[in-house]
Design a binder for this molecule. Structure first.
Ligand code: PMP
Length: 355
């Protein structure tokens, strides 16, 4: 630490990106929930075209993207705000709307806790029940902002809209953020609840089903009033947060729904197949609505599976904390070829353990 650093930043706990870095070195990367498929060819030509105008600043309002998404979800463009990945949207939400604190599941996307700590937000980790969000545990949050990933990560489980509605109704004084990063892989979107609930915010990303993790594009949908607050924060800190090439990539992706749909169907098919093969090897696999599987072996520890696969240059995600999930691993659904290699090696690991 340099002597120049503000003391308020002397004990930060940044997001752990070491897995991503290792994955770059020729490993099969099943650890970061990206799409294994490249973006649509239409995205690539749109990015090239947009690069011709890089001498100008980009549109701070992402007007074309906002118009397109508004049309898709029957909203007004003024209800939509874009972020440099949905992580930036989450950052704005923790910054702007958590004066009374936050509440989120004790097992969920680790970034919530990191952001709460960074912004000095007092948060309650709410227990899950059999790995599922139980709406009755969110009855006494006293105006705290509630963050729910649906489907949840790393558990891969989705909650029904009726339960989200129960949380919205029992907490009219709380903003309820539903993080739908993985919703396209099999959960119902809460977007249909937006006209009814002024306390709902939905966050979305182009990083997963749309194969654009590296472009960094996410957005939120909420009431016009809350969106105006978000826009104010964004325009104060990073008015040009979405560069012109990313805006073009996002638009071209939305113009090629068929490509996205095909990839989602493929991932769901590979997910089902991988789950069955893992079950044959005595894994317990949760019922995934995402592009990853959350799995635990009957006898081999989560840590051992993770390190054995790493020796074969396959990365999956292991969580040593909290202890309740330390025997589980999160496995991103890759291409059929990647999963075949993964399953073959996994078969060897489980056989060896039996001998
Ligand atoms: N929410 C959840 C639940 C996630 O798993 C992730 C990705 N790690 C994000 C949000 C952030 O995604 P991005 O910033 O790429 O949009």
């Amino acid at each position: 630490m340099s002597k120049f650093l503000h003391t308020k930043y002397d004990s930060l706990t940044p997001y752990d990106t070491s897995g991503e870095v290792e994955s770059m070195k020729g490993y099969i990367r099943l650890n970061t929930n990206e799409s294994p498929f490249p973006p649509s060819p239409k995205v690539m030509s749109a990015v090239l075209e947009a690069s011709r105008g890089l001498n100008y600043y980009c549109d701070p309002e992402c007007s074309q993207l906002a118009a397109k998404i508004a049309e898709m979800f029957s909203l007004k463009p003024s209800q939509i705000v874009f972020g440099n990945g949905s992580d930036e949207i989450l950052n704005f939400l923790f910054m702007a709307f958590c004066e009374k604190g936050a509440a989120f599941p004790n097992i969920t996307y680790s970034f919530y806790k990191i952001l709460a700590k960074f912004h000095g937000v007092d948060y309650i980790p709410v227990p899950l029940k059999n790995f599922r969000v139980d709406p009755s545990y969110y009855k006494n949050v006293k105006g705290r902002t509630i963050f729910l990933a649906n489907p949840n990560a790393p558990t891969s489980l989705a909650m029904p809209l009726s339960e989200i509605e129960e949380i919205l109704t029992s907490n009219p004084e709380s903003l309820v953020v539903v993080d739908e990063a993985y919703v396209d892989f099999g959960a119902d979107s809460a977007v249909t609840l937006l006209p009814k609930y002024g306390n709902l915010v939905i966050t979305r990303t182009f990083s997963k089903s749309r194969s654009l993790a590296g472009a960094r594009l996410g957005w939120c949908m909420t009431s016009e009033e809350t969106a105006a607050d978000m826009r104010n924060i964004k325009n104060t800190l990073t008015p040009y947060n979405i560069n012109a090439m990313t805006q073009a990539a996002g638009l071209a992706s939305l113009d090629d729904e068929e490509y996205t749909r095909k990839n989602i169907d493929m991932i769901r098919m590979i997910r089902g197949n991988t789950k069955s093969r893992l079950q044959e090897m005595e894994f317990e696999v949760l019922d995934s609505s995402t592009n990853f599987l959350f799995a635990k072996h009957e006898t081999i520890s989560g840590e051992e599976i993770f390190s054995s696969l790493k020796k074969y240059r396959i990365m999956i995600r292991h969580f040593s904390n909290p202890p309740a999930i330390s025997d589980y691993n999160r496995i991103t659904v890759g291409t059929p070829e990647q999963m075949q290699i993964f399953l073959e090696i996994m078969r060897g690991i489980t056989k060896n353990a039996k001998q």
